[in-house]
Design a protein around this ligand. Structure first.
Ligand code: NAD
Length: 497
């Protein structure tokens, strides 16, 4: 009998009414490792209720006390991150080193949030009008909902909850039902760090849980990360229910290689960014745009590197792990079929991969297409798998047009040694995160992460100062302490004197 996973409410595991379950699977072996309880509406209400009840006391806990807990959480996470990485690999499939990298990037947001006292400081103006002072503060919202995708079981939730909690909010995190254990592990870590019960809660579930969060009157904000259609639905539904929303969606990221680029560097980085985490990253490169006469040489270099990659179980020191589910494996293979039919040249075929793994894992090997055209489904759709397409263009302008015409605008990169071209590119490209000779330009925690166009609905990006703003509300206080000069009754609009 497989393990049963439940929710986390008020500082301990919470079973709820548990009448629906989903399989949790190890994608490298196909083995079902746990049954996950999917929340019913009453569970959603119970868990949101716990977060709402914990809010007043947490809001009023001093910044010094809140910060001490964050530091303890950071220390515990740092010491024990290999444990979390193993959990991620066992449910997501990404190789262990990649899982560890994800935790470290999430930890950086905890470190940023440890400085929350500085980030929450308001302004003060003395004598704005005669003997009138004005000051501003930023206050926590209340209950914040976080809805996460499967591809970063730890890092994506960590983009949000350290800042939300540090600012004085309470959290309900709904992880992806495919990878629930990282969130439950993090909940236990918070408990160990001394976070009061009810401040961090985990709601496991599917559409019922999401809808509960989007519509419940006690939830004040929603931070969502996932595919574009769901992001748009989440944005519209939560906004219609009066919530502040940031909904990060899907992506299709291009890497432009100019004729003067270092082609070995470009080929290495195309491999890292195209096939890392089996292409299941929102910042993965899926289209390499080769400008001018370098295409043959660049494709040869990428091919040579692709053929050397070892695909298999992420615990065995392989380069690339499996896809998340059997459906994802079929979807990605289907795209490869479609690319071939559409006339793209299949340079390396991942469908025939022989993975280093036991059992029936969900593998597709690294796949390389050349001569991909902008109307082929392998180019237009987010494949979310290890399929790299090379598109050949004659000029820089054509490459820029391709990117600017894309409905997505998450990340992009340019490879060149021409500083002027790189500068022009960063200026005119309609994308939120740009790399110059850097293929996956995920910003540091003190900057903000987010795309443009259909890669983000809402106006706040994740973490950095935008994250602090998202999880707080501004207030401005104008005060005058009575003194002999007050002017009596005056019904006119207040003016400064
Ligand atoms: P998904 O949209 O299927 O799921 C995301 C979340 O929404 C999950 O918690 C899931 O339970 C929930 N959900 C799924 N279907 C739903 C429905 N019909 N109604 C309500 N809730 C629903 O995404 P995924 O497959 O878990 O993750 C991959 C996607 O996430 C990719 O498109 C990827 O680009 C995107 N992503 C984007 C970013 C970013 O920063 N922009 C980061 C990571 C992942």
């Amino acid at each position: 009998m497989a393990l049963t996973l439940h929710h986390w409410r008020n500082g301990s595991a919470y079973e709820g009414i548990a009448d629906r379950f989903a399989d949790v699977t190890n994608p490298a072996t196909g083995e079902v490792t746990a049954q996950l309880a999917l929340a019913a509406e009453s569970d959603v209400n119970e868990i949101i209720g716990a977060a709402a009840a914990a809010f007043p006391a947490w809001r009023d806990t001093s910044l010094a006390a809140r910060t001490r807990i964050l530091f303890r959480f950071r220390e515990l996470l740092n010491e024990r991150k290999p444990e979390l990485a193993e959990i991620i690999t066992s449910e997501h499939g990404k190789v262990l080193s990649d899982a560890l990298g994800e935790v470290s990037r999430g930890q950086e947001v905890v470190e940023f949030a440890c400085g929350i006292a500085h980030l929450l400081k308001g302004g003060f103006t003395e004598n704005a009008s005669t003997r009138v002072d004005v000051h501003s503060v930023r206050q926590p919202f209340g209950v914040v909902g976080i809805i996460a995708p499967f591809n970063f079981p730890a890092m994506v939730p960590l983009w949000f909850f350290p800042i939300a909690i540090a600012a004085g909010n309470t959290v309900v995190l709904k992880p992806s039902e495919k990878v629930p254990s990282a969130a439950l592990w993090l909940a236990e870590l918070w408990k160990e760090a001394g976070l009061p019960d009810g401040v961090f809660n985990v709601l496991n579930g599917d559409k019922t849980a999401v809808e509960g969060l989007l519509t419940h009157p006690d939830v004040d904000s929603i931070s969502f990360v996932g595919s574009t259609p769901i992001a748009q639905y989440v944005y519209e539904t939560a906004a219609a229910h009066g919530k502040r929303v940031q909904a990060l969606g899907g992506a299709k990221n291009h890497m432009i290689v100019l004729p003067d680029a270092d082609l070995d560097l470009a080929a290495d980085q195309a491999i890292n960014a195209g096939f890392g985490s089996a292409g299941e990253r929102c910042m993965a490169i899926s289209a390499v745009v080769a400008v001018g006469n370098i295409a043959d040489e660049l494709v040869a270099k990428i091919k040579e590197r692709t053929l050397k990659l070892r695909t298999g179980d992420g615990t065995r020191g392989c380069d690339m792990g499996p896809l998340i589910t059997a459906q994802a494996q079929q979807r990605v293979s289907g795209y490869i079929d479609a690319g071939e039919k559409a006339g793209a040249s299949l340079v390396v075929d991942g469908r025939t991969v022989k993975p280093d793994a036991e059992g029936e894992g969900f593998f597709v090997g690294p796949t390389l297409f050349d001569h991909v055209a902008a109307d082929m489904s392998i180019y237009t759709n987010e494949i979310f798998g290890p399929v790299l397409s090379v598109v050949r263009v004659d000029s820089y302008d054509e490459a820029v047009k391709l990117i600017n015409d894309s409905p997505y605008g998450n990340g992009t990169a340019i490879f060149t040694n021409d500083g002027g071209a790189a500068r022009q590119f960063s200026n005119e490209i309609k994308v939120g995160m740009i790399g110059i000779n850097v293929p996956i330009p995920v910003p540091m925690a003190y900057y903000s992460f987010g795309g443009w166009k259909h890669s983000l609905f809402g106006d706040s990006h994740a973490h950095g100062t935008e994250g602090v703003h998202f999880f707080t509300r501004g207030k401005v206080i104008t005060s005058r302490w009575l003194d002999p000069s007050h002017g009596g009754i005056n019904l006119g609009f207040p003016q400064n004197a």
